[in-house]
Each structure stands twice: as structure tokens, then as C-alpha cells.
Design a protein around this ligand. Sequence first.
Ligand SMILES: NC(=O)c1ccc[n+]([C@@H]2O[C@H](COP(=O)([O-])OP(=O)(O)OC[C@H]3O[C@@H](n4cnc5c(N)ncnc54)[C@H](O)[C@@H]3O)[C@@H](O)[C@H]2O)c1
Length: 268
Amino acid sequence: MARFTDRVAIVTGGGSGLGRATAKLFADEGAKVAVLDLMQDTAEAAAADITGAGGTAKAYAVDVSDAASVHAAVDAIATDLGRPQVLVNSAGIGGFAKSEEESPDRWASIIGVNLTGTFLMCRFTLPYLLDGGGTIVNIASNAGLMGQPYSAAYCASKGGVVNLTRALAVEYVDAGVRVNCVAPGGMRTPLTKGFRLPEGADFDVLRPVMSRIGVSEPEEVAECIAYVASDTARYMIGSIISIDGGLVTYGGGFPKPPTSPTSPASAG
Ligand SMILES: NC(=O)c1ccc[n+]([C@@H]2O[C@H](COP(=O)([O-])OP(=O)(O)OC[C@H]3O[C@@H](n4cnc5c(N)ncnc54)[C@H](O)[C@@H]3O)[C@@H](O)[C@H]2O)c1
């Protein structure tokens, strides 16, 4: 069953990882997909994958943290593909740092992309969504729902996305626009490959923020996003949906290997 036939869906960060998997799934289900990314080449490659498989997609080079860039792109999408009806905000950046060493510029850019970028995309897409209905799915993280060491900017940005979602959900509940948020745990995408622990960091403090069952594939999370964006999820409004291997619920923590065959952890 195609859930998005002829609907115009905007997916930010659509050139890579979760955004790319989501753009593909939406196109497979009939959407005309606007693939937005800072990296024009990856956006074009993702759109070409979709069109090569018989779907409809168009790439747009956009910096979501820049209001003029966002405004121009959303208006161009409406002209090229039609009225946007679905918005998925997947563009995001991150990285580890000890807070006493964090660069103010990097703090500003993480907040700028993850939080302000999500707001700006909503701000300039909402007039179209309000003109006949639509839905927004913001992408937060387990890090928006719990403390994660060496990640103050990322946690603050994703915590902001969580409550931005709730604020928009109640503001537009009577206007035919549903706003929800999906909060993934670790996914196998390029994002985390570039993360480096700060010098002197204690790896053990990261155990509690890692799911015992490892990471998910972005395609699994895309399935969750598609459900939330579909009409079947009519009753889901302002929800924050964790898909994180149980991490936020039980607190995570890879089991520590026993330190010796006779340690209490391994005895009996
Ligand atoms: N990978 C994980 O483990 C994980 C876990 C929880 C949440 N998330 C969130 O999921 C979302 C997708 O992450 P991913 O893992 O697919 O990462 P990714 O790096 O594979 O994809 C992110 C995309 O966003 C784009 N982007 C970055 N800055 C941008 C900007 N200013 N304007 C437009 N596009 C920009 C990048 O070019 C990239 O294509 C992010 O919001 C991320 O915070 C990821």
C-alpha cells in the first residue's frame, strides 16, 4: 500500500544516512520527494537513485541554518513539485567535546543546524502545510531525552527539538497540521563515524548511552518516520517516539566484560 501517493515530501539531510533512507522510502510509496542537503552532490546522488528506480525526486542545495536559503528552497519546491505536505527534518551535525573546552563557534553551529535549522524549515514550510493540511516529523535523538557526556551542544540542540515539536504540535493542533518527533538511538550512518572522543575522555562514561543491542540501520528508523507521517498516525500529535534499542528506558550500558575469572561479576 502506497501511503504518500502524489504528496510532496521535503526531507532535509536527504543526501545521507537517515534522510536518504527516508527519502527513498517515501518515494517508493508514491511521494514526490524534495531532497535537501548542504552537500549538493549527495543530494543529487540520492535524487538520482530515486528517479533511476522510477520515483520522483529533485535535489536542492540548502543550508538549513540560513533563513534565506531555506525560504528560497521551500518556495522553489512548491513551484517545481507542488504544495509541500510532509516535512522531515533529518539534517543534523554533532561531535564530542569536553564542555570546558568546547569551541563557542562549534556550539553555535550545532545549535544552528540542529535546532534553528529545524525551526527555520518548519517556519517556511508551515504556510504551505496550513493551506490544506500536512505533517512534520522532526528528528531528535536519545541525546535529547537524557544526558550524554561530552555532548552538551548536541544534547541541548536535540532537547530543544523535542520541546519545539511539542510547542508546534499544540499551536497547530486545530489547523490540520500534525507535528511529531522521532528520537533514534545509535544508527549505522556516516554521522558518528567522524566522532572522536576528546583527549583524556573516559570511555566508561559512555557505556550508559550505548544500547545493549548495538545500533540500528537507518532504514528501520525510516519505517518509523513513514508511519508517523502517514494518515494512519492521525491520532499521534506532539509525540516523541523513541526508537533506540531501549536506551532511554533502561539507561543503556554494554555489559562490562569480567575483569578476571574470579571477579564477583563472573562468579557463580
Ligand atoms: N547516526 C546516529 O547515530 C543518530 C542517532 C540519533 C539521532 N541522529 C540524528 O539523525 C539525523 C540524521 O543523521 P544521520 O545519522 O543520518 O547523519 P548523516 O551525517 O548521515 O546525515 C546528515 C545529513 O545532514 C546534512 N547536513 C548537515 N548540515 C546541514 C545543513 N546546515 N543544511 C542542510 N543539510 C545539512 C549532511 O550533509 C548530511 O547529508 C540527525 O538529525 C542526527 O542528529 C543520528
